[in-house]
Design a protein around this ligand. Structure first.
Ligand SMILES: *Cc1c(COP(=O)(O)O)cnc(C)c1O
Length: 433
């Protein structure tokens, strides 16, 4: 039995996991079997009572035991999810991971764990559309307010902070513009502020790492408190299952488990399994290839006279190239600028750029073989979409323009097809503008 996993790379760990895990004894299987049971046999009321007493008591030293957990009911915990959670924590270099049914369930759980009525959140002014909607349409009902600021300049956070601020929240690279937010600068700023704050008033930094994936960026290594991710994207990778995860410090484990138990967004065991068996083990290999292809496609578009600009953190023309090299790195420390790019077609006005972008995407939707018009990202199939009218339509158009989201912008999530095929389809659509 192989138990010396610590000596091996993260890439191998994501394939083999902990090998021998307390979460489940499946030592005669090579592949973790699918567990699909909503409820679990308890041989005595005593064992049942112990299971309930131990649930979400990880911070109570006396309750932690060296034996396998007592599984009670799927929403509280079950083997497939818990083995996956061990591997997700390893992938992001965090202490603990708790999975959820979707990325949005994970976003709500992260906020839910550290905020209450009267608290304030400071968020970057471009966010994933549903996160923006959660913060603007729902949290005001619970008197949790959000200030949106441009975090490209971390000083804007200082101006927005009050004694009620509990969370600084952002995505980097920013979806869909691919602009970066300086994780190190924000960590430094918040650490300084926290020195003067009581423990229960501390500000937590939460980063949505869906876009980069842990292969390209591990914000917790850089001092961030929580990472959330939609597992539906890069980590699943094949576009078959939805999921979400919060990765954070040890103390947050119990509250996240309680949140999942009571709000109910538990990841289905049948969805945990493909993430564990196909998604995480292939993450590094997929990302490595997608980065090479994204770079080739970005250069191809940048050199085309019909394209106004391309935003991809790996291009030499990328305005924040130094920052990209500093904070986007693979497990070996090599520059890893991700698999997503954003570009705008030429046009004298934003309206013309918008119309041409729409025509381009519609041409691709009808005629391309290797590119599919669809939302989502990080799949093995190359996906194209129009953020202004689709994923980011929850943000009012004037807000979009103010925050640098071009109404003609096109987002391309590069998959595993041959680079030449993707470029052929893009070139064909450009020729038919
Ligand atoms: C997709 C996505 C989410 C939400 O994830 P779901 O799994 O669709 O709920 C959150 N943040 C980002 C950046 C995303 O791309």
């Amino acid at each position: 039995m192989k138990t010396k996993q610590k000596k091996y790379s993260i890439e191998s760990t994501l394939i083999h996991g902990k090998n021998v895990t307390k979460k489940w004894d499946f030592s005669h299987h090579v592949v973790p079997p699918i567990s699909s049971s909503c409820t679990f046999r308890l041989e005595s009321t005593k064992r049942g009572a112990l299971g309930f007493a131990e649930f979400a008591h990880h911070n109570d030293e006396n309750a932690i035991s060296a034996r396998a957990p007592i599984y009670i009911y799927d929403r509280l915990g079950e083997p497939n999810k818990e083995v996956l959670e061990e591997n997700l924590a390893a992938a992001e270099h965090g202490d603990v991971a708790v999975t959820f049914s979707t990325g949005m369930a994970a976003v709500s759980a992260a906020f839910g764990a550290v905020t209450g009525t009267g608290d304030e959140i400071i968020a970057h002014n471009i966010l994933y559309g549903c996160t923006y909607s959660l913060l603007t349409n729902w949290y005001p009902r619970y008197k949790i307010s959000t200030k949106f600021v441009n975090m490209k300049d971390s000083k804007n956070i200082l101006r927005a902070i009050t004694s009620q601020t509990r969370v600084v929240y952002f995505e980097t690279p920013v979806n869909p513009t691919l602009e970066l937010i300086d994780i190190g600068a924000i960590v430094k700023l918040v650490k300084n502020l926290n020195k003067k704050r009581a423990k229960e008033r501390k500000i937590y930094i939460i980063v949505d790492n869906t876009f980069a994936s842990p292969y390209c960026q591990r914000p917790i290594e850089q001092g961030v408190n929580f990472v959330i991710a939609s597992l539906t994207k890069n980590i699943c990778g094949f576009g078959t299952d939805m999921g979400g995860v919060v990765i954070g410090p040890k103390w947050s484990f119990d509250i996240l488990l309680l949140y999942r138990k009571d709000f109910g967004g538990a990841l289905a065991a049948k969805s945990a399994w493909p993430l564990l068996v196909y998604g995480l083990p292939s993450l590094a290999t997929r990302m490595r290839q997608e980065i090479v292809t994204a770079h080739a496609v970005a250069s191809f578009l940048e050199n085309d006279s019909r394209v106004e600009f391309v935003s991809y953190p790996g291009l030499r023309s990328f305005p924040q190239l130094d920052l990209a090299k500093k904070q986007m790195k693979d497990y070996d420390g090599k520059f890893a600028p991700g698999s997503i790019l954003y570009f705008v077609l030429k046009g004298k006005t934003p309206q013309i750029q918008h119309n041409r972008g729409e025509k381009f995407i519609n041409y691709v939707a009808k005629n391309a073989y290797s590119i599919t018009l669809a939302v989502s990202l990080g799949h093995i199939r190359t996906l194209i979409e129009h953020p202004s009218s689709m994923t980011h339509s929850a943000i009012p158009l004037d807000e979009q323009m103010k925050s640098g989201l071009n109404p003609g912008g096109i987002r391309l999530s590069v998959g595993l097809e041959k680079p030449a095929d993707i470029m052929r389809d893009l070139g064909d659509a450009l020729d038919n503008l």
